[in-house]
Design a protein around this ligand. Structure first.
Ligand SMILES: NC(=O)c1ccc[n+]([C@@H]2O[C@H](COP(=O)([O-])OP(=O)(O)OC[C@H]3O[C@@H](n4cnc5c(N)ncnc54)[C@H](OP(=O)(O)O)[C@@H]3O)[C@@H](O)[C@H]2O)c1
Length: 290
């Protein structure tokens, strides 16, 4: 392997991939200054950087993406019924090209071996000699990006969940990216799963109070039952089984299963994760306008 590994960052236009690329390109952090390649499904114009077209639905794009690469930041295809077959084909191509390490983005809500992301986590662990699986809690970006939660806040200054007063430690995708970057450049291959959280476990009522303070306008969390939440998803056009699985994520929080704080961000980046209040003071302009 090269003395300095070349790192492929998938999803570099997204929340976490963008933060991984920023950390690896930036200065000052231990992970900075490493050669990277980024990808997009969109037209790839000459940007003066190593940037290639990559599309999960087009296996013909896999070999170019992994050529000359040593390590990969991996996010699974989003919105596909079964992400395992394309990831399996991609990792086989990556291993043929000599890639040894993958840092894979899973979720705190998904155990290794569970359908979907959990099966991809199992695959990563069996195929890659060096790996880390990140299991973040819910992203702070859900309040300000293209997420349905953010869209509800922008349109009505309120949002609905079935989480009750259950708590979780929302995490800034920037901190996930910085942690992933540190794991990608680390000499040690940790071959471990890591929960990744913000600094404090809070409820959606607490979060609404933070948003209200940030904007100076009342933003309300409306708590409904899990059954009501399923009906709402079905009424908005989602299939029944998908609606039930979305609502079950709220139930996980409601029942306290996501109520914990992990020290992963500070352990690997050397600084504490950002609080929701700090995040919102920077992003308050995006809360009520797109
Ligand atoms: N939101 C949460 O609270 C939360 C919590 C835990 C885990 N997660 C997990 O986080 C993951 C999403 O990560 P993220 O938020 O960093 O991503 P994101 O912001 O949703 O961005 C998705 C990325 O995927 C790329 N992409 C889209 N279609 C593609 C295709 N066909 N082939 C290749 N690339 C494609 C996009 O790039 P282009 O458009 O440039 O092609 C974009 O950079 C999901 O697996 C989700 O389950 C989310």
């Amino acid at each position: 392997m090269n003395a300095t590994p070349r790192i492929l960052v998938l999803g570099a236009s997204g929340n976490t991939g963008g933060a991984v690329a920023k950390s690896l390109r930036g200065s000052g952090a231990p992970s900075s200054g490493v050669p990277i390649r980024t990808t997009s499904t969109k037209d790839v114009r000459s940007t003066g950087t190593d940037h290639v077209r990559f599309d999960w639905s087009d296996p013909g794009t896999y070999a170019t993406a992994v050529a000359g690469v040593d390590r990969i930041y991996l996010i699974a295809p989003v919105g596909v019924a079964d992400p395992v077959p394309p990831v399996e084909a991609f990792l086989a191509e990556a291993r043929r090209a000599g890639v040894r390490r993958a840092v894979f983005l899973s979720s705190s809500a998904v155990r290794t071996g569970d359908p979907g992301l959990g099966q991809v986590a199992s695959l990563v662990q069996s195929v890659m000699p060096e790996w880390a699986v990140l299991r973040p809690s819910w992203f702070m970006q859900n309040f300000v990006g293209r997420h349905p939660l953010a869209e509800a806040i922008r349109s009505s200054q309120e949002f609905v969940t079935a989480t009750g007063s259950g708590k979780q430690a929302f995490v800034d995708a920037g901190d996930i990216g910085a942690t992933a970057a540190a794991l990608l450049v680390d000499d040690a291959a940790h071959n471990s799963e890591f929960f990744v959280t913000g600094p404090e476990s809070i409820s959606y009522d607490d979060a609404a109070a933070v948003l209200t303070e940030a904007t100076g306008k009342p933003i309300r969390h409306i708590a409904v039952s899990v059954e009501q939440r399923v009906r709402q998803y079905v009424d908005s056009g989602y299939p029944a089984d998908f609606s039930a699985s979305l609502a079950s994520l709220d139930d996980l929080i409601r029942t306290g299963q996501n109520d914990f704080v992990a020290d992963t961000v500070s352990r690997f980046t050397g600084r504490p994760p950002r609080s929701l209040k700090e995040f919102m003071s920077e992003h308050r302009d995006k809360l009520l306008t797109p």
